[in-house]
Design a protein around this ligand. Structure first.
Ligand code: Q9C
Ligand code: ZN
Length: 345
């Protein structure tokens, strides 16, 4: 399987996030992508750097004013105080119901709140370059599929599926899966499916395509009544307008077993096959692993091979995009099991 990897991901390296009221080291750390890259390379998969520029497609997925903010956010933060180089900006106020989000505040932290869904997406000096490299990988994957590749694996971080058209959230800044899907539509595909198997609901992906019938979005995830992102991902969210029937959520209770999870995967695959997609984008979160430090599903290493094999049976050109997964040591072998399961399936 062709692997796309850029070392620019390493520049996204914030130190801390908030967890249970404390500042803790970030779960979403550079070693994650290093482990995945090493494991895939170690199993003989060819690795290349993304060769295409995502600039045009990015603007079809995300709002201009959000991209403009994100690109210059770190320099804006430094301009406030040169000592900010060693500090992380966090939002403190969000424009919830009754507050205005149409006026961009002059205050940087207020702008950060406007463009964030949570306080869990810390920025660092290289965040934009890392996120942009992820989008470049997504577009490059679409290009490789267009040229006849059967599958491509984007080793992207930061992840993307919580990022919406105009906001960051859940460690995500640019929605790489949405960028891949949008790029595929511009390359002769008329129907694309996104299958999101991350532990957390991909609220950003759902919202970007919610009123569209060309991109089917199917997600298996922890029930948002108890699991992040809490405010989206319920079973009754089916799409709206032209997109009605083109969003399928399969929420599962915290603690769900592998057997039950694979039953949900069958339902997800059945709906995906019915869409007859010209290409499939897999939002590959590996935080369904039993050893994940922030999630509660019970998949084991061998289950990731089974997942890859099942996805192969859909018979579509497939782009895998790395999302979550925080058991860093096992992340590489779990990701490589998906790739190998797909190739051998
Ligand atoms: N900081 C993905 O898996 N909450 N994102 C963590 C508090 C957010 C996960 C605990 C989890 C987001 C891509
Ligand atoms: Zn996740």
């Amino acid at each position: 399987m062709q692997i796309l990897f850029s070392p620019l991901h390493q520049g996204h390296a914030p130190a801390h996030e908030f967890f249970r009221g404390e500042r803790v080291p970030c779960f979403e750390s550079p070693v994650r992508a290093e482990f995945v890259h090493e494991a895939l390379r170690g199993r003989g998969h060819p690795v290349q750097a993304p060769g295409e520029d995502s600039a045009v497609v990015l603007r079809r997925v995300h709002d201009e004013r959000y991209l403009t903010f994100l690109e210059s956010a770190w320099s804006q933060w430094l301009a406030l105080d040169s000592a900010n180089a060693d500090r992380q900006p966090f939002p403190s106020v969000w424009p919830v119901r009754t507050l205005r989000s149409d006026v961009e505040p002059a205050n940087f932290i207020a702008r950060l709140g406007l463009y964030s869904m949570d306080n869990g997406s810390p920025l660092s000096a290289g965040t934009w370059a890392a996120a942009k490299a992820g989008a470049d990988a997504a577009v490059s994957a679409a290009g490789l599929l267009e040229q006849g590749a059967r599958s491509v694996f984007c080793v992207t971080r930061p992840p993307g599926h919580h990022a919406g058209a105009d906001f960051m959230g859940g460690y995500c800044f640019i929605n790489n899966a949405a960028v891949a899907a949008q790029s595929l539509l511009g390359r002769g595909c008329t129907r694309v499916a996104i299958l999101d198997v991350d532990y957390h609901h991909g609220n950003g992906t759902q919202s970007i395509f919610y009123e569209r019938a060309d991109v089917l979005v199917v997600s298996i995830h922890g029930d948002p009544r108890t699991e992040y992102p809490f405010y989206l991902g319920h079973a009754d969210e089916a799409g709206a307008g032209a997109g009605r029937g083109f969003n399928l959520n399969l929420p599962l209770p915290a603690g769900t077993s592998a057997d039950t999870w694979f039953d949900a995967l069958e339902a997800a695959c059945a709906r995906t096959a019915r869409h007859r997609p010209d290409a499939l984008v897999v939002s590959l979160g590996l935080d369904t692993f039993a050893g994940d430090p922030i999630s509660t599903f019970k998949l084991q290493a061998a289950d990731f091979s089974r997942l890859g094999g099942r996805l192969k049976q859909l018979g579509c050109p497939t782009a895998f995009v790395l999302e979550g997964g925080y058991a860093a040591v096992e992340l590489g072998s779990n990701a490589a099991n998906v790739a190998d399961g797909f190739e051998q399936g």
